[in-house]
Structure formats: C-alpha cells, structure tokens
Design a protein around this ligand. Structure first.
Ligand code: IPM
Ligand code: MG
Length: 406
C-alpha cells in the first residue's frame, strides 16, 4: 500500500524547497559587480577561530597576516576584527549554523579568515545542525571554492574551481525521509550558479596563461544537473577560444590524478560541489596532506579563506592544540593576499611556506611537544619571508628536486 499521506506531506515540503531555490535564482539574476578592494576606504578583515584547534592555528595565521598588512593597518587602511561566536557551543545554544549576531558581524567584513569548525553528523553528541562552513558559503554567496595544489618536482600545478553553493550541498540539510523506508536528497544546478563558476575557471585559465580547463562531472549518470553543467560548459567555452578544454567523469579523474603519465597535463579543473569536495582532498594528499592546502571561498561581495581540514578535537582533548600545524591557515592567508591584489606578498609567503615546511625544515611540527608550536613555526615563516635571498634559496631547492626526479 502506498502511503498517500506521506506523498502529500513530501509534496508540500518539496514545494517549499522549490520556492526557495527559485527565489534564489531571482537574487542571482541581480548580482552586483565584484568588490574593488583598491577603492575601499578601509578593508575590513574578520577572523573567526572556529572550534578545536581552529583558534590556535587561526591565531598563528593572524599574526602572519598582521605582519604582512602592517603598513595598511598602521595607515588605517585595513582593520582586523576578531569575531567570536562561531563555536559549536554557541551554535548549538541558538540551534543555528551561524548565530544571527555573528552573521551580522561577518557581513560587515570584506574578507574573512576562518578556522575549521565542527560539522556535526548523525550520531555525534551535538544536535545534527547544518555545517557552519556550508551555511557561510551560502549566506555570503561564496560561489567559487578555489583550491590550488602544486608539486613542482612532479610538474603538478593544479587549480580546482569547485562550485560552492549548489549541487548536493544546496539542500544537504533539507533531504526528506518520505516514509520510514524511503529517504531522498536533492541536487541543485541553476543556470546562473553554473555559469558563474565555469566562467570563473575559464577566466582564471585565460588570465594566468594556463589555458587548459577540465570540466569534471558524472554527466552519464546524473543526467540533469551534471548534464546542465556540461552543456553550459560547452557553450561558455566558445567565449574562450584560446583556452583548450575537455571533460572527464569524476571516477576516472580520481584515477588520473595518481597517473604519472597524465596528471601533470591537467591545469584547471571546474566541477560541481561534491566532486570538488572529494577530489580536492585527494589532490591535497598528493601535495603532502590536507594540512598543506588552503582554500579560498570567493563571492561577489565577500571572500573567506580557510584550511581544507577539520578541527581535530582530539588534539585539544589531549592538551596539544598549541602544537597543531598552522600551515594550511597560513596558506589561506597567502590566498587572501593574492585575492586582495598583494601578489608580491602572496608569492613571498608561498615561497617561505615551501622553504620552511618542505625544504629547509629548521623547525618541524610533530603535533606534539617533540616538535615546534604553531606560533614558533609562524615566527620561522615570518623570519624566512624577510630573507633577502628567499627567492634564490627557494629556486635552488626546486631545481634540486626537479633534477632528482629526472
Ligand atoms: C571542505 C570540508 C567541508 C565541506 C566540511 C567541513 C563541511 O570538507 O571544505 O572541503 O564538505 O565542504
Ligand atoms: Mg572537504
């Protein structure tokens, strides 16, 4: 016997979801121009520590950021605001992914540096509220999740443009248990949301001269939303005749990333949300682990920079949070510098990160008291950044690695 009542209730719920998404489309149609950071009187940067090791690694990264922006801050051209309230305790207290007052504070910033936040799942001691990350991406409309991965000695220089507000994440907390036996989730693709991420990827490929975009879907199975992604890519690509492009399915892409014969050919990937989530962890692992990767969440009005890993509550429980590696958050600072137009500072910081974390290793982080603390490591990075011979030293290490790999 089909449960007619369950169908009526599900239809009602589905109608509400449809209305909300269609309203969102209307908002997207009227999206303004991107912020011009050079035209601002004062750039406001919010810092949210998050949960677990978040406040520790975020504080170390904040020191590096303040060091880099010293001149601007002293001239009153930039302000750093610490925003509390994004903790799991507070979120649970008000039963919201982001408390209203915290969201209002975030919306007064142009840029945000965010530590990892606890994402509850079914069975956790916390109520199963929506992820703060996902909510922030949606609330601030941070549609492009940009994740670079580079391993120079292997010829790997990838940039992932992960769609960040739609796909399987858009209604990830709005699925339905239609009956006790039938659960359904939904996947969303809008023309506006799809177009802007694909254009962002192509623009980046063109601007950087990388000139090669791979569109990743599972369009043979997820025919409607992934099908739309792919067919829109086909059209948009026509506007970028100088950029070569192709398309791959997500499954084979995971294999190709570990295929030495193919992987170095890839440059820019553009992909729906969930595939981007999964494959960027794989890519980060190839680079040396998720702790080595930063992530930029870019929207038209706001941009947020974060690590790609979680909050490691165990380190806090075991009293060793101060030994957590802040490099992914410091990498996020480099991405922030790039985004605000401080390309030289970004370049220097990236070189210092390579030298300190991979090459010179005068200090090492072990996650325990056998290694350096996050703050000691941040000091080491800041000192390295000030070396006159930084570029030459960095290049020397890279050349050595390339030679060793030939
Ligand atoms: C990421 C993370 C998040 C995601 C989690 C923490 C919600 O895995 O940024 O990749 O799934 O997007
Ligand atoms: Mg992830």
């Amino acid at each position: 016997m089909v449960d007619e009542q369950a169908i009526i209730e599900a239809k009602d719920k589905f109608e509400k979801l449809l209305r909300k998404q269609l309203e969102r489309v209307e908002v997207l149609k009227n999206e303004g121009e991107p912020v011009d950071y050079d035209k601002l009187d004062k750039l406001i940067i919010g810092v949210c520590g998050g949960d677990g090791i978040g406040p520790y690694i975020c504080a170390s990264a904040q020191r590096v950021m303040e060091f880099l922006l010293k001149d601007r801050i002293e001239a009153g051209k930039a302000e750093i605001r610490v925003i509390d309230g994004l903790t799991i305790e507070r979120r649970v207290e008000v039963m919201k992914a982001i408390p209203d007052d915290t969201l209002a504070e975030l919306k007064e910033c142009h840029l945000i540096l965010k530590g990892p936040t606890t994402t509850p799942k079914k069975g956790d001691p916390w109520p199963n509220i929506e992820s703060a990350n996902v909510a922030m991406r949606k609330e601030l409309d941070l549609f492009a999740n940009v994740r670079p991965v580079s391993v120079p000695e292997l010829g790997i220089d990838w940039t992932f443009y992960r769609e960040n507000t739609e796909g399987s994440y858009a209604l990830g907390s709005d699925g339905m248990n239609v009956t006790d036996d039938l659960a359904m989730d939904f996947c969303v693709a809008t023309s506006q949301g799809t177009e802007r991420i694909i254009r962002a990827g192509f623009e980046f490929a063109k601007k950087t001269g990388k000139n090669y975009v791979s569109i990743i879907t599972k369009g043979n199975i997820i025919k409607t939303t992934d099908g739309k992604f792919l067919s829109m890519a086909e059209d948009i690509a026509k506007d970028y005749p100088e950029v070569k492009w192709d398309d791959w399915f997500i499954d084979i892409t995971t294999a190709k990333l570990i295929d030495p014969a193919r992987r170095s050919a890839f440059k820019v990937f553009v992909l729906p949300n969930l595939y981007g989530d999964i494959i960027t962890d794989e890519a980060a692992q190839i680079q040396g682990g998720v702790g080595t990767a930063g992530s930029a969440n870019i929207g038209t009005k706001y941009a947020m920079f974060e690590a790609i890993h979680g909050s490691a509550p165990r380190m806090v429980d075991e009293g060793r949070a101060q030994y957590a590696d802040p490099c992914s958050m410091i990498k996020a600072v480099a991405m922030m510098m790039d985004h605000m137009g401080e390309t030289e500072k970004a370049k220097k910081l990236n070189m210092a990160l390579d030298v300190c974390c991979q090459f010179e290793k005068k200090l090492v982080m072990t996650g325990r008291d056998t290694g350096a603390t996050g703050n000691e490591f941040a000091d080491y990075i800041m000192e390295t950044m000030q070396r006159d011979d930084l570029e030459a030293v960095w290049q020397g290490y890279i050349d050595e690695l390339i030679a060793a790999n030939q």
